[in-house]
Design a protein around this ligand. Structure first.
Ligand code: CP
Length: 315
């Protein structure tokens, strides 16, 4: 049984997109559509999560994910608590589960968790009381499900659907939780051609078992794609990876206007952020007309509202 679903098939926790049925992914994307206009209203609020206590517990740095989860929770009228891990009792040796147990004693209804250890959100989900919901906001290199979902939302908004799409995921796939979530979502939603384009040293050994086509040259991997999903070079997760210098990486794998011309003329460019300009992406592309990087951030609010409302409402 999928630990993320209730016995009658509703979303209980969001921990990974691996194994989640297309029905649930589509329900999240459809629900997010209905929240997109909340941000345009004078009063940017709906009362769906009034009285619920949501704890943002980020053990790793974040700009986009933590902030948009907070905005999303506030737009749903929830009470939001941001635990500052730097000044929390973690520094005195408290365990992750003890921290969560204490926050649960403060009558938390939902935890949004980011952690450098793969499986941290799963561990929490297995230990909380049955009424508490857990959302994985990124665990190690394993999964970043709401990023994968907001990328799918962006693709659907700009390209209309998944069934005719040719998509390239480019860069440091090996260390990327985002890439894993994107690939699971794309294959589940029926994208017929998912490519990964990367140096051999930045690909997991078993990547083809995820249903992707592997390319080692930008010219071949980007040829006629509808969307380029760029990945950040994850310096903080490199442990002994054999890599050329940042300059050499940029020359071979950096997305420049010249390399983007291999894609379809109307191809869009996504990046989860934070970007390393001049390493994996050229500023002319990042700020160019084909980039949808800032719309991704805005869509992230609606997608996170959808996830939290489905979890809290048991839809
Ligand atoms: N995309 C993403 O996870 O960005 P943050 O690390 O800023 O949250």
């Amino acid at each position: 049984m999928n630990e993320q679903l209730t016995e009658d098939g509703r979303l209980k926790h969001l921990l990974t997109l691996d194994g989640l049925p297309a029905r649930i992914l589509t329900q999240i994307l459809d629900t997010a559509e209905s929240f997109l206009t909340v941000g345009d209203k004078e009063v940017k609020k709906v009362p769906l999560l009034r009285g619920k206590a949501i704890f943002n517990v980020f053990f790793e740095n974040s700009t986009r994910t933590r902030t948009t989860f907070e905005i999303a929770a506030k737009r749903l009228s929830a009470d939001v608590v941001n635990l500052n891990i730097g000044t929390s009792s973690q520094s005195k040796g408290e365990t992750l589960l003890d921290t969560v147990a204490n926050l649960s004693a403060m009558q938390a209804d939902m935890f949004v968790v980011r952690h450098s250890a793969a499986g941290a959100a799963h561990l929490i989900a297995r230990h909380v009381a049955p009424h508490i919901r857990v959302v994985n906001a990124g665990d190690g290199r394993a999964a970043h499900p709401t990023q994968g979902l907001l990328d799918m939302f962006t693709l659907r908004r700009f390209k209309g659907g998944f069934h005719t799409l040719r998509v390239a995921v480019v860069g440091d796939v090996l260390h990327s939780r985002v890439a894993r979530s994107q690939i699971h979502a794309l294959t589940t939603l029926g994208c017929p051609e998912v490519r990964v384009v990367a140096p051999k040293t930045l690909l997991p050994r078993d990547v083809e078992s995820m249903g992707v086509h592997v390319f080692h040259k930008m010219e071949e991997g980007l040829r006629d794609v509808d969307a380029v999903l760029m990945l950040r070079l994850q310096n903080e997760r490199m442990q002994g990876a054999r890599l050329p210098s940042a300059g050499e990486y940029y020359k071979r794998w950096g997305l420049t206007p010249e390399k983007l011309k291999f894609a379809k003329p109307d191809a869009i460019v996504l990046h989860p952020g934070p970007m390393n300009r001049g390493v994996e992406i050229d500023s002319a592309v990042a700020d160019g007309v084909q980039a949808v990087i800032l719309p991704q951030v805005t869509f992230g609010i609606a997608v996170r509202m959808a996830v939290m409302s489905m979890l809290a409402g048991g839809q």
